[in-house]
Design a protein around this ligand. Structure first.
Ligand SMILES: Cc1cc2nc3c(=O)[nH]c(=O)nc-3n(C[C@H](O)[C@H](O)[C@H](O)COP(=O)(O)O)c2cc1C
Length: 167
């Protein structure tokens, strides 16, 4: 069975809680669940599949702990890894930079030769602009607990069903 690591960066626990839901739904794979603030490059290289989550702060910035990690991964070989992304954001308060952090993770890991899975249709989300939209789709799963927490469980569980065959 493939080794899955779920790694998240979270400032006020929303991304952490979403990561925990994803881990629960993938329990048959016994995934590793880790805060990126506690990770080393080895946590990325030893997994076959990476599920990576970030919130967005400032105006379209990655969650802080990811900014510390990405430079440490620059010279690490991650080519061929299967990567699925999820991003926490606020489509109402930050409609022009909705889940931009997830877009930044996409650019980094795609640029390192990872195979990105788990894109999501933009239909059903109300926002003006996002760095996480590529070819008219989100590059991963956007979650907005600030405005649409009632939709979170359904969004997470249908996304997890969609990505499972990639593992
Ligand atoms: C000061 C501030 C700036 C934010 N900037 C953005 C943003 O640019 N884009 C976005 O989609 N969400 C933005 N958010 C919303 C957060 O990403 C959202 O609340 C998220 O759930 C926080 O997740 P965390 O607790 O895991 O860090 C911002 C929130 C705050 C308080």
């Amino acid at each position: 069975m493939k080794k899955i690591s779920i790694i998240y960066g979270s400032s006020t626990d929303n991304t952490r809680e979403t990561a925990e839901k994803i881990a629960e739904l993938l329990s048959e794979f016994s995934p590793q669940l880790k805060d990126v603030a506690q990770c080393s490059a080895d946590d990325f290289t030893t997994a076959d599949c990476l599920i990576l989550g970030t919130s967005t702060w400032g105006l379209g910035d990655l969650q802080d702990d990811w900014y510390d990690m990405l430079p440490r991964l620059k010279s690490v070989d991650l080519s061929g890894k299967i990567v699925a992304l999820f991003g926490l954001g606020d489509a109402s308060g930050y409609s022009d930079t909705f889940v931009d952090g997830m877009g930044e993770l996409y650019e980094f890991f795609f640029g390192k030769g990872c195979k990105i899975v788990g894109s999501v249709a933009t239909a059903g989300y109300s926002f003006d602009d996002s760095r996480a939209v590529v070819d008219n789709k989100f590059v991963g799963l956007p979650i907005d607990v600030d405005n649409e927490s009632d939709l979170t469980d359904e969004r997470v569980s249908s996304w997890v069903q969609n990505i499972k065959p990639s593992f």
